[in-house]
Design a protein around this ligand. Structure first.
Ligand code: HPA
Length: 278
């Protein structure tokens, strides 16, 4: 068995992070590429490079800074990942549990995830936001594969409310304050780093997907396993493969992400202001 992580393995990471702070963060933020600006709004930030945290992973994506930022945002204690981990970087699926497990041990109750995604629903357009209400995991695999530590979560676990209904309702109720159009739909995950083929997109649309991307679901699965509530929002940066003339251009994805990021950041802060923490 390649991975047999027990609670103590993640506790080592948590112990180190706890030694740098004197409070419990209640909300964790994992922000997608070019959407990381929100981290700049964190007050009294304490930055911890991933490389300093025992038993943690190291980021390989150039545009990601690769550090945890802890502090206060909209009156709430938060921990924010500047730089997230993706399967396409070469990690095994089972390794990608590390951030969420660390957050759970720090006392986090609510996880907020953002990502860039391709729009599959023909009613969407680039620049829209999509509150994720469910996902389709084309990889089929689970980060919880392998021996289960029952102290972390149960062997078999429910995914029906993995995208927490109350948090989705909250986000929808605040959509009027956001200049971007806010949609709600199903996110299809495939591992990347290639974009989907036009045939895959036709298949996904028939299957009920509204958007597609290469991140987020490992974090959602891990959070559901250990009983944390999750809100995930995609920024639609492009229409998916085959929907428009010409292919998908990674640089264009970045341009839309940057253009919408200020408004997205404002909306996220509005949501965070309204989240109840214990
Ligand atoms: N597909 C997958 N991931 C993405 C896309 C896409 O079209 N756009 C941004 N991230």
């Amino acid at each position: 068995m390649k991975y047999d992580y027990k609670l103590e393995y993640f506790e080592k990471s948590a112990e180190y992070v706890r030694s740098k702070i004197d409070y419990e963060p209640k909300i964790a933020l994992i922000l997608g590429s070019a959407l990381g600006g929100l981290a700049d709004d964190i007050e009294d930030p304490i930055e911890i490079p991933y490389g300093d945290i025992p038993n943690f992973l190291v980021s390989t994506v150039k545009s990601h800074a690769g550090k945890l930022i802890l502090g206060e945002l909209c009156g709430k204690k938060v921990v924010c990942m500047s730089g997230r981990f993706h399967y396409y970087e070469g990690y095994d699926f089972e390794q990608l549990v590390a951030p969420i497990r660390l957050f759970k041990l720090l006392g986090v109750e609510t996880v907020i995830l953002t990502n860039a995604a391709g729009g599959i629903n023909s009613g969407y357009r680039p620049g829209d936001l999509m509150i994720i209400n469910d996902h389709i995991n084309l990889m089929g695999a689970s980060p919880m594969r392998g021996p289960n530590d029952d102290r972390i979560g149960p062997r078999f676990f429910d995914m029906c409310n993995a995208y927490d209904k109350d948090l989705r309702e909250l986000a929808k109720s605040l959509a009027g304050s956001c200049e971007l159009r806010v949609q709600e739909g199903v996110y299809a995950y495939q591992v990347g780093p290639h974009f989907e083929t036009p045939a895959e997109i036709r298949f996904l649309r028939t299957a009920g997907a509204d958007a597609c991307g290469m991140s987020t679901i490992t974090e959602v699965l891990t959070a559901a396993h250990c009983g944390m509530r999750t809100l995930a929002i995609s920024l639609i940066t492009n229409m998916a493969a085959g929907m428009e003339v010409g292919g998908i251009n990674g640089a264009e994805v970045d341009v839309v992400a940057k253009r919408s990021s200020l408004e997205f950041r404002k909306y996220l802060k509005e949501i965070i202001k309204h989240i109840d923490v214990k």
